[in-house]
Design a protein around this ligand. Structure first.
Ligand SMILES: [Zn+2]
Length: 212
């Protein structure tokens, strides 16, 4: 049985080390290295399941692979669809980046409001309160009665709720504030963001949810 392994990650630059160091060799920052525990064996096995969008990995020969295009669905904006390569792929994870105030939350709220008209859509807000999100929707003149909203920053709780709600698409706003109980470092640190993003991506693939 594999032992629980720890690795050490610089929260400033993301450099990996096999042991703890006072100073990061890469970015020279002091006291930025924090322990990053590898998941326990049971979790570890689960960790590698689902990356290919299947519950169990299988070897296939090249000629048996279905070449039919994955059915994409429109995000509701032609330009957004174009950036996404023709629309949103179920089970995919999409990362939207941009400066504060660039309009990420506004774009995603508009998108989710439109999508919620014809599919189950969940908007998870970790930065703003539900009231703030509702006020923005009102300001934008969005009338989406069916959009589901959740204010939560625990990745485990979000996935637990999403398993019950079964959304076809969900937004995590934003990955920076998400955290996992297993990881000791602060939300926003490299190890938290990395693990939270990996967990959510896995959830998206296993449950065929488009995760933004
Ligand atoms: Zn560093």
């Amino acid at each position: 049985m594999a032992k629980n392994k720890s690795s050490y990650v610089c929260t400033e630059c993301g450099a990996d080390y096999s042991r703890w160091l006072g100073q990061c060799k890469e970015c020279k920052s002091w006291n930025t290295i924090s322990e990053f525990r590898q998941p326990k064996v049971s979790n570890k096995q689960q960790r590698y399941v689902g990356y290919a969008g299947q519950t169990e990995a299988q070897v296939q020969t090249l000629d048996t692979i279905d070449l039919a295009e994955l059915p994409r669905f429109s995000a509701g904006f032609a330009e957004f669809d174009r950036v996404l390569g023709g629309g949103i792929v179920p089970g995919s994870a999409i990362l939207i980046g941009g400066e504060p105030g660039a309009g990420k939350s506004t774009l995603l709220l508009q998108t989710m409001c439109a999508l919620s008209e014809h599919m189950s859509a969940l908007y998870v807000t970790g930065e703003e309160s539900l009231q703030q999100v509702a006020m923005r929707a009102k300001r934008l003149g969005l009338t989406a009665k069916k959009l589901k909203l959740l204010s939560e920053t625990s990745v485990e709780n979000i996935c637990h709720i999403a398993e019950k709600e079964q959304p076809k698409t969900m937004v995590i706003d934003s990955i920076q504030v998400m955290h996992m109980a297993d990881i000791q470092s602060a939300p926003g640190s490299v190890s938290q963001v990395r693990e939270a993003a990996a967990f959510l991506t896995r959830f998206a693939k296993q449950n065929h949810v488009a995760m933004i």
